[in-house]
Write a protein that binds this ligand. Structure first.
Ligand code: O7M
Length: 213
């Protein structure tokens, strides 16, 4: 995954045609595309392969199962062209290690989630989840743009691991705040794909990124 534009599109649309439209309009401003269950279920897993021809694809399956099943899931995603996967850490170090190994290190571990409910169960253990990401050999963590101060705290725990940060735009976070707090990439969905002009929305974010790094 390139680290030039620092912008990852969360492509949570539910048709192949809409996915293609949004990607065509925004791709010049992206380093990667993150896909989640809505698009995979709507368009089928071949969408991973299709999008991987355009940009690096992060498969956000938020994998959270026993190690043997995690391995099978990651193998399927990688076989279809995923550059990286996203897994949960609360399932424990063996489950995370299974993802990291199957993805050859290209796994990100979710820590404190960005939505209000993220404070309830994930926030109290986020530091431990970040430490687990580090000890498991993961590529990085997912940390909330809605709470930039937590990005700073988590950075202290993970050192040079990467931080990808959702919550910009529709959830109220600001790209500049997340990047200044130490995020390597921002993840943005609705603020781009629900915009009447996804190209202009992606460009505005790219400009904000440039001003912030
Ligand atoms: O920009 P949005 O709010 O439309 O979309 C945010 C995306 O980031 C969406 O795809 C979520 O699944 C994802 N996300 C969060 O919003 N919060 C989190 O704490 C974690 C993620 C995520 O990407 O996890 C990997």
């Amino acid at each position: 995954m390139e680290k030039r534009r620092r912008l990852i599109l969360a492509l949570d649309v539910t048709s192949r045609a809409e996915a293609k439209r949004v990607v065509d309009l925004s791709k010049d401003y992206l380093d990667a595309i993150k896909i989640n269950w809505p698009l995979i279920l709507a368009a089928g897993p071949d969408i991973i392969t299709e999008l991987a021809k355009v940009k690096d694809v992060l498969c956000d399956l938020k994998i959270a199962d026993i190690p043997s099943i995690n391995t099978l899931i990651v193998d399927q995603a990688v076989k279809r062209g995923a550059s990286a996967v996203i897994c949960h850490g609360f399932v424990g170090d063996d489950s995370v290690k299974a993802c990291v190994d199957a993805a050859k290190g290209q796994a990100f571990v979710v820590t404190e989630m960005s939505h209000p409910g993220g404070k309830q169960f994930t926030a109290p253990v986020a530091d431990k989840l970040a430490a687990l990401a580090k000890s498991s050999g993961a590529r990085g963590i997912v940390a909330p743009a809605t709470r930039p101060e937590r990005i700073m705290d988590l950075r202290k725990i993970i050192g040079k691991l990467e931080i990808i940060s959702p919550g910009v735009g529709a959830q109220g976070g600001k790209a500049s705040d997340a990047l200044k707090a130490g995020a390597d990439y921002i993840i943005v969905g609705r603020a781009i794909y629900e915009s009447p002009d996804p190209k202009a929305a992606a460009k505005a974010l790219a400009d904000e990124v440039k001003r912030s790094i």
